[in-house]
Write a protein that binds this ligand. Sequence first.
Ligand SMILES: [Fe+2]
Length: 188
Amino acid sequence: MSQETIEFHYGKHHQAYIDNLNGLIEGTDLAELPIEEVIVKAEPGPIFNNSAQAYNHSFYWQCLTTPQGESNAPSGKLAQAIDEAFTDFATFKTQFSEMASKHFGSGWAWLLVGKSGKLEMLAMHDAGTPIQDGLKPLLAVDVWEHAYYIDYRNKRPDYLAAIWQIIDWQFVESQYDATAPSSLMLPE
Ligand SMILES: [Fe+2]
């Protein structure tokens, strides 16, 4: 991922969502709430779109790190859960990349803890975020064109093939550890 992509994506796109959101909620009851609560309380429209995009991008940046090579992979409990849900890590990567690459239009590809407590992958449109459905995100991949157009032009699959080398699995694991079954309150 080039410096130019980061400068535009982080410095301009992400910044615009934050500036827009701050402008929209200034002086309202939402202004002092954590972003997750703003997302849940927002009606469909500009406040939802900008708060969810602000959150999704912050999450996405934390999922990324410096290039780790082809062998970059999760370990421990998360690796085990990925094997259980998707057979093995290679199959997970193939399925996730395919889902993200075929997602029509703008949106996000997520690995999350589903309602059953098992790992699931889900593509969501536009500002869609697992937070709005009370689900716990583990990994976010931005599939808006602005995420890859500078480096890969129209070739979204190439962006998705390369991104596995810069996923920060330690961050993803830390999100999963925070959702251990004992602390996860699930409805019967
Ligand atoms: Fe983005």
